[in-house]
Design a protein around this ligand. Structure first.
Ligand code: PAF
Length: 267
């Protein structure tokens, strides 16, 4: 597995490759990330992973500072998974403009997580655009857990005619149903015991109001619980750890015909 520490090493590596599948990450890798790698191995000839904790997408300094860093373990996992190369850029390399130039979307990015995390999606879209340009990836793989991110990235690829296929991969869950996330590492034992209830509640088929009450009763602070297309999306915090999750909604609606819910605009 090649370790590419700068842009020139990446460019040199890329010149010798054919069909590159790219998995962008912020490290602290778990089985969810590895499922993206597995998918990339199926569809692409070479697999490139980036690890870069992107400061421009953090709206809270404390969240950025506490973001888990497990680089040695990450590299071991990627090597075992059969990844061809890992790109490890630093801020100065990715942001020679010091973030004066940005990609922003001015509609859907303001809703849901965007409404609670100002500037978050500008940071995500900007770094993903940079990474797609640099990697010249043929396919790029994103998890459905970050549903809004996925939708916005698809929109950006279409808007800017980027020559890359965006491939969505299903949410990977712990045995108790908690959606895998690097932030789960920061849950206390007590919070970790409560966390799986979020998934149990949103797949219950109850009305939105009843689910809202159940989420709050379990001890979460709810940011939103709403439908978007055919999904039911939730964001809720346990202490300072914010969790997001989503489930297909159509089946649930048929379970409860009297459901009332708020619809938000499609991207
Ligand atoms: O989903 C993530 O881990 C990040 O938002 C991404 C896509 C790697 C951009 O920093």
């Amino acid at each position: 597995m090649e370790i590419l520490k700068d842009i020139s090493a990446l460019r040199l590596w890329r010149q010798a490759q054919t069909k590159v599948g790219f998995v962008p990450t912020m490290g602290a890798l778990h089985a969810g990330h590895l499922s993206l790698v597995e998918e990339a191995k199926i569809h692409s000839e070479q697999v490139l992973v980036s690890i870069f904790v992107n400061p421009t997408q953090f709206d809270q300094v404390a969240d950025l500072e506490k973001y888990p860093n497990t680089l040695d373990a990450d590299l071991k996992k990627l090597k075992t998974a059969g990844v061809d190369a890992v790109f490890l850029p630093d801020f100065d390399q990715l942001y020679p403009d010091d973030y004066r130039y940005q990609i922003s979307e001015n509609d859907f990015s303001m809703a849901l997580c965007g409404a609670h995390r100002p500037g978050h999606f500008d940071g995500v879209l900007t770094v993903v655009m940079k990474l797609l340009q640099l990697s010249e990836a043929n396919q790029a793989y994103f998890g459905e857990k970050d549903y809004q991110q996925l939708r916005l990235i698809r929109g950006m690829v279409k808007a800017f005619f980027l020559n890359v296929d965006i491939i969505a991969c299903p949410i990977v869950r712990e045995a108790d149903g908690l959606a895998m996330s690097s932030r789960n590492l920061r849950l206390t034992q007590e919070q970790r015991a409560i966390a799986p209830q979020l998934y149990q509640i949103i797949r219950s088929g109850h009305s939105i109001e009843r689910m809202q009450r159940a989420i709050e009763k379990a001890g979460f602070e709810l940011d939103y619980l709403t439908t978007q297309g055919d999904r039911l999306l939730v964001a809720a915090s346990l202490g300072e750890i914010r969790l997001i999750d989503n489930v297909p909604y159509d089946n649930l609606v048929s379970l409860n015909k009297n459901n009332k819910h708020t619809k938000v605009k499609q991207a």
